[in-house]
Design a protein around this ligand. Structure first.
Ligand SMILES: [Zn+2]
Length: 250
């Protein structure tokens, strides 16, 4: 495999004891991801079935939007940047266009891939937007600036709020619900988890207070974290994800 050869070349010949292991693992990860990114890009761009005919109904007004060629757009993924070519439909009435594939792949109105959106949501629920950007870059090698983190967190917050309005979770009979105050919002904790959660609760509240303090400083300083509601929504979402996982393991 050419990838293996390239990676061996990166490590180089000779005794490994004198090598800078961190430099090598970092460089090799970058290389491996870049190779994978090109493969995914090729695979996705080879499929042109998103060209579904000369016109499609416009999502805005319902009139016919005409096919206007393939448009390229660069997306930030966990593999690095992906340049995707998608069928583009333009509506003259709305003076706007859309790519059906963006909706199909879950990247409508964003340049971030689903995995990057998930990572961004996760960090934005825990630390400030600027810190999120830093963590994503340092841990995942993904470049998402603080402004993008903010926009993504807001969009997720809106989605979650909508989801909450539309979906009413059925109450489990006999499972008492305890609410922990976080950011002044209740995070429901159900059933068996409540027993072991008391200690965790105190710890989480302390961590949260620290987060809020940091948040407050930033609000005064660099205009970060002006949207605590989006973050609250994310917290709840992540709390539910965790709950579902725990429920699955029981
Ligand atoms: Zn239209």
């Amino acid at each position: 495999m050419e990838v293996t050869a390239e990676i061996e070349a990166l490590v180089g010949p000779g005794c490994v004891d004198g090598l800078d292991f961190e430099a090598i693992e970092t460089a090799v990860r970058r290389k491996a991801l870049a190779v994978a990114a090109r493969a995914v890009e090729r695979r996705l761009n080879a499929d042109t079935f998103d060209h579904a005919g000369p016109s499609l109904p416009c999502p805005g007004c319902g009139n016919a939007a005409r096919y206007a060629g393939r448009h390229d757009k660069t997306f930030t993924s966990v593999l690095g940047e992906l340049r995707l070519s998608r069928a583009y439909y333009h509506c003259d009435g709305c003076q706007a266009g859309f790519c059906p594939r963006d909706r199909a792949l879950g990247v409508e109105d964003t340049s971030l891939s689903p995995a990057v959106i998930r990572m961004t949501g996760k960090t934005a629920a825990m630390v400030s937007f600027a810190e999120s950007s830093e963590l994503l870059s340092e841990l995942a090698g993904v470049a998402v600036d603080a402004k993008q983190v903010e926009r993504t967190a807001e969009a997720l917050g809106r989605e979650i709020a909508e989801d909450e309005r539309n979906v009413v979770e059925p109450a489990t009979p006999g499972a008492p619900t305890m609410y922990l105050g976080m950011d002044g919002t209740g995070v429901p904790m159900r059933g068996l988890r409540v027993a072991g959660a008391a200690g965790q609760a105190g710890r989480r509240q302390r961590q949260d207070a620290r987060g809020q303090a940091r948040h407050g400083l930033e609000r005064r300083g660099e205009g970060q974290g002006r949207h605590p509601r989006a973050r609250r929504g994310l917290r709840q979402l992540l709390g539910r994800h965790r709950e579902r996982r725990h429920a699955g393991h029981r």
